[in-house]
Design a binder for this molecule. Structure first.
Ligand SMILES: [Zn+2]
Ligand SMILES: [Zn+2]
Length: 372
């Protein structure tokens, strides 16, 4: 398309970069003097959601949803920022001539897109997002934008996430078929764990669900914000130590750890978009892969670009190239931002598998996923 590069360079040179520009510390707005999801401590941060690669401690001032602030408080302690300001979805906050509005991103509890506006110009930073319904958070709200900044964690056509009800049915079927074994479900401790539990409840599973210690505080936080998770029991409080026929949810790092010995014979399960890659699941010793992701799959990513038709698409962490190529093919100028410091492997937390493919044995057995 001959006209494309002209429009691209005009827009980049005259408008968009002045409103928001990629810097080593993250996306920066010079007029409002703030960063979105900065990867190093800054004076003013707008934070899209509580995953550790987006929500870091040490900023002087933080603007986020009340849920995200509460998550940061649980994960980083009460002194995670000099000062905080909670914004509701749809509420607009001004920084200089620039206005910031948070809109639902559908990723995890409290997750938001940051809508950054000045004059007639609007950039939407989606943070991480998905389009499908999630019983634990508000659904993604499409916002028309001059520049839409998208993630691309699963930005390849091979990634196609089946309906989550189907994956939960697989888990419940396995529990019914193997009543003598425990079912250990690896799930990121923020977002995925609570979603899996809520989906089990929606599917009619009303027995207690057993939690690794690393999940307890965040599940309680979800409950405080009105997400019903049913009866939850920390594994350490189980008197009979008998987990046969029970579902245990633990962070990915606990799978394959000696922590799991207390569960006795168990089925290893793991809920992640990466479970779409069968070889990967097999290699990691996952018997029951559940393809449940809190990120948009290829279909959702491309449908979003089609729906919004931004004047430009900027693609952040993940599989940037294919999505950039796709956008250009439908006439939407696009470029990879190649921002550093974001986890492109999943949900902002250490992946269960080491690059070598086998379970990492971290030895401390506490399964902490708060390490970075
Ligand atoms: Zn992310
Ligand atoms: Zn995230």
């Amino acid at each position: 398309m001959p006209g494309m590069d002209l429009r691209w360079s005009y827009y980049s040179a005259h408008m968009a970069t002045a409103l928001l520009e990629p810097k080593p510390g993250g996306l920066y707005c010079a007029d409002g003097d703030f960063f979105v999801d900065p990867v190093r401590p800054v004076k003013r941060a707008v934070i899209t959601h509580g995953h550790s690669d987006h929500a870091r401690a040490g900023h002087t001032a933080v603007l986020a949803t009340a849920e995200t602030l509460a998550i940061m408080n649980v994960r980083c302690g009460p002194n995670f920022a000099g000062s905080t300001q909670a914004a509701r979805y749809g509420e607009t906050v001004s920084f200089g001539a620039t206005k910031v509005t948070l809109r639902p991103a559908g990723h995890i509890l409290g997750s938001a897109q940051a809508v950054v506006e000045r004059g007639g110009e609007r950039i939407v930073v989606s943070g991480d997002y998905k389009r499908r319904r999630d019983p634990t958070c508000a659904r993604f709200e499409p916002v028309e934008a001059d520049v839409f900044i998208t993630e691309a964690t699963f930005g390849l056509p091979v990634f196609c996430h089946p309906p989550d009800t189907q994956e939960i049915a697989k888990l419940m079927h396995s529990v019914a078929v193997f009543p003598e074994r425990a079912h250990l479900v690896g799930a990121y401790s923020l977002g995925k764990a609570q979603r899996v539990i809520a989906l089990l409840r929606e599917a009619g599973y009303d027995a207690p669900i057993y939690l690794h210690g690393a999940m307890v505080a965040l599940c309680a936080l979800y409950e405080r914000f009105g997400v019903k998770l049913g009866a939850l029991v920390p594994v350490d409080e189980v008197k009979d130590k008998n987990f046969a026929g029970r579902i245990v949810v633990a962070p990915p790092s606990a799978l394959g750890d000696r922590w799991t010995r207390r569960l006795g014979d168990h089925v290893n399960s793991f809920a992640s978009g990466w479970m779409r890659i069968r070889a990967r699941a097999r290699q990691q010793g996952v018997e029951l892969p559940l393809i449940i992701s809190d990120h948009a799959d290829w279909e959702e990513l491309t449908a979003t670009v089609n729906e919004l038709r931004p004047r430009e698409l900027w693609v952040t962490h993940g599989q940037e190239d294919a999505l950039v190529h796709y956008a250009k093919s439908i006439g939407v100028p696009a470029r990879p931002l190649s921002l550093k410091g974001y986890d492109d492997t999943g949900e902002g937390e250490p992946e269960m598998p080491s690059q070598a493919g086998l379970f990492p044995v971290n030895g401390n057995g506490n399964g902490s996923t708060n390490g970075r």
